[in-house]
Ligand binder design. Structure first.
Ligand code: SF4
Length: 354
């Protein structure tokens, strides 16, 4: 890969194609604790990423401490971003993790600028901030403190149970800024979850984290996404998921059908061919050619199936396509998450959801 051989703190825009803002490679690290994974530590020049105006994402700013994700979801659409690093969107995305070791310090500097408008910041929109690497690098406490100290509201979306470690800090932060927490749980069947998201904690472990966050005072949203055609879209499967979500104390559910974007599509279909060849032709029919979204007819059918189950379980919820409130500027995937302090903040779909 291109950044091999760089020196500590050196700046070489050509070293990380597409990541010119990163200031330099530090070192590559492997440890027995993370067998099969290599961490590439870099110094970044900027931490706040402005979402392009033309993006469908309903928020303006993100912070992503990691690139690549050991949660290894076969449907993850952030996979394609690894190709900018001359790594592949498959196994490398799961095992070659770029770590912005100075992200909190840089963020704090950026938030102190007089021009900062204190717009909500989203964490978890590209890769998971509470993936396993966070146990080693502990970047999130610094990020949370920087946001809180600057008076910036923020939202966290994760599949990681490591979130529990930071709940006391997050609860403290919510006394001065709006903090919203969302947990992504797509697959409630353990063998299927293990096959399709091999690096993620089980649904039960994530639900226990939802319970812990609820007990810490947060009104937690669960993203029941992506719902996988023919795999997790049966009435019993959805009913069981919603029952368990309700029992865990979550107050809201956002659901949506699988997206298969470039990078993810190839990887997901490879998994399907290996594990569920009987479904390959159905998926090719639902996602023909370069089509990334399930047909409208399927999404409508799914909504008709989920809505009565949400009502039956007494859960607030909506389809990712039909958020209850929209930001007129950029709204297509928007939802509104009630924060710990009862106000609202924008939240959204992200790579890890689809
Ligand atoms: S979908 Fe989210 S949790 Fe899964 S690999 Fe992608 S970034 Fe990680």
């Amino acid at each position: 890969m291109r950044w091999q051989g760089q020196q500590l703190g050196s700046t070489d825009a050509a070293a990380l194609p597409g990541l010119e803002h990163l200031s330099g490679f530090v070192q590559s690290v492997t440890t027995p604790e993370f067998a099969g994974t290599t961490f590439h530590e870099v110094l970044c020049k900027s931490a706040l990423n402005r979402v392009p105006g033309a993006s469908a994402m309903p928020f303006d700013w993100t912070v992503n401490p990691y690139r690549g994700c050991t949660h290894a979801c076969s449907y993850c659409f952030a996979r394609a971003t690894h190709e900018y690093l001359e790594l592949d969107a498959g196994r490398d995305f799961d095992s070659q993790i770029v770590v912005k070791v100075n992200v909190a310090e840089v963020l704090r500097r950026e938030l102190a600028r007089g021009t900062w408008q204190h717009d909500p910041v989203m964490l978890g929109t590209n890769t998971d901030p509470y993936q396993r690497a966070e146990g080693r690098y502990r970047l999130m406490p610094g990020i949370v403190s920087a946001l809180t100290d600057s008076g910036t509201p923020f939202s966290i979306l994760t599949k990681g149970t490591l979130l529990r470690r930071d709940l006391p800090l997050l609860a403290e932060a919510s006394a001065s800024v709006d903090v919203s927490i969302a947990m992504s749980i797509a697959v409630f069947d353990d063998p299927l979850q293990n096959a399709i998201e091999p690096g993620t904690p089980t649904a039960s472990a994530r639900l226990q984290t939802v319970r812990a966050a609820t007990d810490a005072g947060f009104r937690v949203t669960v993203f029941l996404m992506p719902i996988l055609p023919h795999l997790t879209d049966s009435v019993p499967a959805i009913d069981d998921a919603l029952r368990r979500i309700k029992d865990a104390g979550a107050v809201r559910v956002v659901y949506g059908a699988l997206h298969l974007r470039p990078g993810a599509k190839q990887w997901f279909l490879r998994w399907l061919e290996r594990d569920r060849p009987d479904l390959v032709s159905s998926y090719r029919g639902l996602y023909p050619g370069v089509s990334a979204t399930a047909p409208k007819a399927y999404r409508s059918w799914l909504a008709k199936r989920v809505r009565p189950l949400l009502r039956a379980h007494g859960l607030d919820g909506h389809d990712e396509d039909s958020p209850p409130h929209r930001n007129p500027g950029r709204a297509t995937a928007a939802t509104v998450v009630t924060t710990s302090r009862g106000r609202t903040a924008r939240s959204a779909g992200a790579a890890m959801l689809f």
